[in-house]
Design a protein around this ligand. Structure first.
Ligand code: GLC
Length: 935
């Protein structure tokens, strides 16, 4: 058993760590029944924040000689006896805010305990199953990600809104809002890539009238050090709370899902103030919203015009901003009558001032300025007097409409707190319904946190905002991506089939009669484009994959829902508004790729394939993509399966034959001995071939070989293992090797030859993005391939390596740990480990699919739910609750032996043949499934 002297050491050490890392925490430590393991747990905000287990290895006399991170097996069965080490640690936020390194903790321990503690410490930092709270942690009780200090390495954002009115909010209140389209219907401004960063936002200033001191409860923009700070990002809402000299404040940001009138959407900022000091407080409160002209491009580029046409007025406490020539109005109001306002930015800020010390706040009284041109803001001022213990709530209402007559009614509605809280409940209900469609319980707590909350939240954000609006996407340049949105549907179709149907309809409407589609579209105007290709008119003006992704996503939708009627729906073409059925659209898409084939019989690459930067064609239309051939193979198999499900054997055979033919071509011309080539350039030279200087092995063709089912399992396996061998890093697989320019003679060498040969890839530095970076999106495909090939440990290892919630190196990673980033810098780059372009990435939906359908192996198919797990050997099993075609399946998988062979499946207690759980009889809405796994 755990000896008392050992216990004392653990306690001493934990106290130190806890005091530094948590502002309020309860720590437990325990030893298991057999005295072999120690486990320590930290609770914060009502939930387990993190825990770690270790095996105690003793010498013959029973002294601990080693502390080893505990293996995962058996966690569930063991009985733990816990004792409270120290309740409610409380320390000053300035200490929390201080950056802490392991060495600092160790340096405070008595010398003789350092070595022992170092081992425990290393264990915490490398093995603890939930994020250590240097900047924040996942709250298992609420599902929120809690950020405990404002100065995160980059703004850690969240989205509000349900795809209509919305925007993003950072952990310090930065961000902006718009209605549906950030370019064409902008509400507020945001200055990207500026100093200071992440401004402006939805700001509040508080001022103590007795001392004249002022601060921002969200830290920005005043940046006065707060006595306590916490940001809780939840699905569809963010709450930022803080304490400053006895004044506690909390601001809840969300967009109500059902405003009283759909033509007048709003967002709400609910400010709650509480006097926690023992003296009466006289406070002043100001808001700051910097309003944009609705056309955000003109707002930033045509200053001479945009700055002359805008004006604002105030009526009944409502600030309204607009122009003379159309009725579009932005408005801002509060639940409490204001005692003043400002709508002119320059007056509010004052000469030479900035957002950290606006003149109005410094002076302490509103200037009642009205912008009659220039820069419009919405600043309302309130006086709040609070006795000790007293609290006050003010609701702020920000919105946009083309029907100004709806503004008073909408504002009045949200002036009632009852309506506000009801709206918030509606929002929470909507999200919990969405998240409730698929829940998992596995031995991996971080996997559970991602699948049950943040990965799913991110999938929905991608569906709503595609690659349009984020901290990285400015909302001006690119609109909704066809291939991106098609892939985004994969992660949400089980939860929002109707929404996906609508999205697919819109995407099919981007197709031309010849079969190709627009690459991008602006959602509000319907204006399509070929994106980046337009800048290089000499290159092919089409992408080889956009239209195929639409076929893939459509088959996936029908498989999930059984809604074959969608295939009959008539959808217009871009160049023929009378349109045709979705099925006809599908056939045209396939024919386009079959028509556009090159010298080796592979699909032409066009401007690019999935990799936007692989621009191999200079206009001759001869460069070919091996990967597009693989995508085509997958899509053909999906179509064959769809035909069979519809009873169309002839159609199925046709697609199967086409699949065999393309697989044969790929195997004949693109096998390079140990892996598959990536492409052929327009001089017929292979890309991704052994012996090349740059780009001699590529990830995506190795992953897709298995996904495409090239009829050669040996090669498929060898290809994937080659990728793992040559492209692996501790943070996931690189997209290719060697990166272009990684062998330059010096910084001034310009490699025109590679630039000409590879196009966009060569513009990135070695190890970043598509130039050999760790591209997370493609890692999800590698996981799927590994699971398809039965390589459970490989699949799980790649999953863990790329899991943001498992990262501890926040200062290196910089991006949010609760969502996937598109890419992480590879070891070839000096900033190895830096993750960029978080939130809006195909990684979200593909990782979600990789885990739920391939590692956990619960896959929709036409006849029912297939159960084919591919889980690590040391997992004892898992549970999943999943809605499929209106039926809730409660699936309990238990490992009874080694390997991942499904030994038996019982449905409602009765054994079934095969591994497909059929749909239950009409009227049955819940089905219990027990699965035994292993030989
Ligand atoms: C980005 C783009 C996506 C593309 C990928 C690879 O994620 O949004 O469309 O497929 O990069 O280039």
């Amino acid at each position: 058993m755990w000896r008392p002297d050992e216990q004392a050491k653990v306690k001493a050490f934990l106290r130190l760590v806890a005091r530094e890392l948590a502002d309020e925490a309860v720590a437990f430590a325990g030893v298991d029944d057999r005295g072999e393991f120690v486990r320590v747990e930290f609770y914060k905000g009502g939930g387990l924040a993190w825990a770690v287990e270790a095996r105690l290895i003793r010498d013959e006399s029973g002294n601990i000689v080693e502390v080893e991170p505990r293996e995962r097996a058996g966690v569930v069965e063991n009985q733990w006896k816990f004792e409270v080490l120290n309740s409610h640690f409380y320390n000053s936020p300035s200490a929390v805010a201080k950056r802490l390194t392991g060495l600092e903790v160790l340096s405070r321990l008595p010398e003789r305990e350092v070595e022992w503690a170092r081992r425990v410490f290393n264990m915490f930092f490398s093995e603890c199953p939930l994020t250590l709270q240097l900047y924040g942690f996942f709250d298992r009780g609420t599902g929120e990600y809690v950020i405990t200090r404002p100065d995160t390495p980059s703004p850690w954002i969240n989205y509000i809104g349900q795809g209509g009115y919305g925007g993003f909010v950072s952990n310090t209140g930065g961000g902006y809002s718009f209605d549906r389209d950030a370019r064409s219907r902008r509400v507020t401004r945001y200055r990207y890539n500026s100093v200071p960063d992440d401004q402006p936002g939805h700001y509040i200033y508080l001022r103590d009238e007795d001392t004249g001191e002022f601060w921002s409860p969200t830290w920005q923009p005043v940046k006065r050090e707060l006595d306590w700070y916490e940001c809780r990002h939840g699905p569809g809402y963010t709450r930022i709370s803080s304490l400053y000299k006895g004044v506690r404040s909390s601001i809840l940001y969300f967009a109500p899902p059902n405003p009283p009138h759909p033509d007048c959407p709003v967002e709400l900022h609910v400010l709650e103030l509480r006097n926690e000091s023992d003296r009466p407080r006289r406070l002043k409160v100001w808001t700051y919203e910097e309003l944009s002209y609705w056309d955000a491009t003109a707002d930033q580029t045509n200053l001479d015009w945009a700055q002359q046409i805008v004006f604002s007025y105030v009526k009944d406490g409502i600030i309204v901003a607009g122009v003379h020539f159309r009725p579009t109005r932005t408005f801002f109001a509060s639940s409490e009558p204001p005692d003043g306002y400002d709508t002119d930015r320059e007056t509010f800020i004052g000469p030479g001032g900035d957002l950290s010390k606006p003149q109005v706040v410094v002076v302490g009284s509103p200037a009642f300025s009205l912008a009659s041109r220039g820069n419009n803001i919405a600043s309302l001022s309130h006086r709040v007097e609070l006795k000790p213990g007293e609290a006050k709530t003010i609701v702020y209402i920000l919105g946009i409409t083309d029907r100004p007559e709806l503004i008073p009614e909408t504002v009045n509605y949200y002036r009632s707190l009852e309506n506000v809280w009801r709206s918030f409940e509606d929002l929470k209900k909507d999200w919990s319904q969405f998240l409730g469609k698929l829940r998992v319980e596995t031995p991996d707590e971080e996997l559970n946190a991602m699948i049950n909350y943040w990965n799913a939240v991110q999938c929905r954000a991608c569906l709503y905002w595609s690659r349009f609006v984020s901290y990285y996407y400015t909302g001006l340049a690119r609109g909704i991506g066809t291939r991106d949105t098609a892939q985004d549907t994969l992660g949400v179709v089980h939860a929002e089939p109707q929404q996906v149907r609508r999205v697919l309809r819109t995407l099919w409407g981007l197709q031309f009669k010849d079969g190709r589609t627009w690459h991008l579209v602006f959602p509000l105007t319907g204006e399509g484009s070929m994106g980046h290709a337009v800048e290089m008119p000499w290159r092919p003006q089409w992408f080889s994959d956009d239209h195929l992704w639409l076929v893939y996503a459509t088959c996936n939708y029908v498989k999930e829902t059984g809604d074959f009627s969608f295939l009959e729906e008539v959808v217009p073409y871009q160049d023929d508004k009378s349109g045709a059925s979705v099925w006809e659209h599908i056939l045209r898409a396939i024919d386009y790729t079959l028509r556009k084939r090159g010298p080796h019989g592979l699909p032409l690459i066009g401007f690019a394939d999935w990799d936007d930067t692989l621009n191999l064609d200079h206009g001759s239309e001869t460069a070919e993509s091996v990967w597009t051939g693989m995508l085509l193979c997958r899509v053909l198999l999906e179509l064959a399966e769809l035909c069979r499900a519809r009873g169309d054997a002839e159609g199925a055979e046709r697609f199967e034959k086409l699949h065999r033919e393309m697989a044969e071509v790929i195997n004949r011309v693109a096998w390079d001995g140990e892996w598959y080539l990536r492409a052929f350039d327009d001089k017929g030279r292979p890309v991704g071939a052994k012996g090349e200087k740059y780009h001699w092995v590529s990830l995506i063709t190795q992953a897709w070989a298995a996904i495409a089912e090239l009829d050669d399992p040996e090669r498929e396996k060898m290809a994937l293992l080659s990728a793992v061998k040559h492209l692996g890093t501790p943070l996931g697989l690189r997209l290719m090797r060697d990166p272009i320019n990684s062998k330059k003679s010096g910084p001034d060498e310009v490699d025109y030859e590679s630039l000409d040969r590879f196009g966009g890839t060569a513009t990135y530095p070695p190890g970043l993005k598509e130039n050999g970076g760790i591209f997370n999106h493609a890692n999800a495909w590698a996981i799927i391939a590994a699971a398809k090939l039965g390589l459970a440990e490989v699949a799980y290892r790649i999953y863990r390596q790329t899991l943001p919630l498992a990262r501890r190196d926040f200062d290196t990673m910089k991006a949010e740990p609760y969502v996937y980033s598109q890419n992480t810098a590879a070891p070839e780059h000096p900033m190895y480990g830096l993750s960029r372009n978080s939130w809006l990435t195909g990684t979200a939906s593909w990782m979600y699919v990789a885990v739920t359908q391939w590692i956990l192996g619960v896959r929709p198919c036409y006849k029912g739910l297939k159960i084919a797990p591919c889980i690590p050997e040391d997992w004892s099993g898992f549970r999943m609750t999943r809605v499929f075609r209106g039926v809730t399946y409660h699936i309990d998988v238990k490992r009874v032996g080694r390997g991942n062979k499904v030994r038996s499946i019982r449905v409602e207690g009765r054994a079934i043949e095969g591994d497909i759980v059929p749909l239950p009889p009409e009227g049955v809405t819940s089905v219990r499934v027990e699965v035994e796994l292993g030989e």
